[in-house]
Design a protein around this ligand. Sequence first.
Ligand SMILES: Nc1ncnc2c1ncn2[C@@H]1O[C@H](COP(=O)(O)OP(=O)(O)O)[C@@H](O)[C@H]1O
Ligand SMILES: [Mg+2]
Length: 361
Amino acid sequence: MNKKLKIVIIEDEEAHFKLMEMAIVKNLPYASVSHFKDANACLEKLEEITPDIIITDYLLPGMNGIEFLKVLKRKNNQIPVIMITGQGDETIAVYSMKLGAWDYIVKSADFFVLLPSVVEQVVREWKLKESLQKSEKRFQVLSQQLMRIQEIERRRLSCDLHDYLAQDLSTLKIGIDTLIDNHTDTSVKMKQKVSELSGIVHKTIMDVREMAYCLRPSGLDKLGLVQTVFQYCEDFSVKNNIKVDFFSVGIDALELDFDTKIAIYRLIQEGLNNIKKHAEATHATVKLIASFPNIILRIEDNGKGFNIQKYSDSAINEKHMGLLSMEERACFLAGTMKIESCIRQGTKILIKIPCKELNDA
Ligand SMILES: Nc1ncnc2c1ncn2[C@@H]1O[C@H](COP(=O)(O)OP(=O)(O)O)[C@@H](O)[C@H]1O
Ligand SMILES: [Mg+2]
């Protein structure tokens, strides 16, 4: 069964209200109509009535329709409003729309015919907007949940690699190293082979440890965010032959929770990864600054840059998820991300995250 559609009409002329009510009830039998003669009286009852839609005349005693819209906007009240204007009042209609009105109707000969269809149209659009907002919210919750699960899974994998695989490989290496200890008759060739195998196992242990560290940088707990990022930037420079300057101010004085620390670390990881993969840069800068009430993260390079518009249009289809996941992470921390890029002039990523410490509620 359809839920009753609650309509509020603000109209100071009783006769005009009655005609409007008739037109609505006749065409929209599932609607209930409440009447106010002025906007102030309506505002007083708004929370009690919780209408689905408000239809207001522009010319009203006391507060006019535009002032009424301004009050709703100040209160961040999103109820859809239809403004009724006199003939020739187009400027008022335009101004109303700018202030967030959903539609307007001019008092003309076919006003009472138009009214129910405009109401229906606004309700349809409103429902669409609501369901879009719900889907967006759901998507956001899901992707944030996914990021949490991903971190948990990475942590599990990292522990397994470190505690089991690396340990077993270490035992294997000791076994290989001591294999020929008590055999005096071993040939030089055999000794060489054993030493080679030991070398391979040693390298594998190092690789496994590196993988475990990448999956879950344990330094975040032990050394803190700044030192861990500093170390990461140093390693990145050496491995990729791209000079990375890392500056940080005031971060270690903050008591950040693990979610925030790992998200900032991943943002830097993904930002630098893109520089390595795409930028053809020789120099990158990472700045991590506590600038109350925000944490500012800037990742810049002097590389070839890219066309942001072209990227945004094709990102999802072409499965470019790096920048998207950076945006999601920034959003996860209630922050924002801005990309600036010019062909041959490098790329700048600016992330602003509200400073939320562990002991904040
Ligand atoms: N620092 C950068 N310099 C130049 N191009 C970049 C940079 N970062 C991202 N891009 C461009 O944006 C695209 C999308 O990046 P991203 O979302 O991380 O996906 P992916 O790295 O998988 O291609 C890249 O394919 C690249 O063309
Ligand atoms: Mg990428």
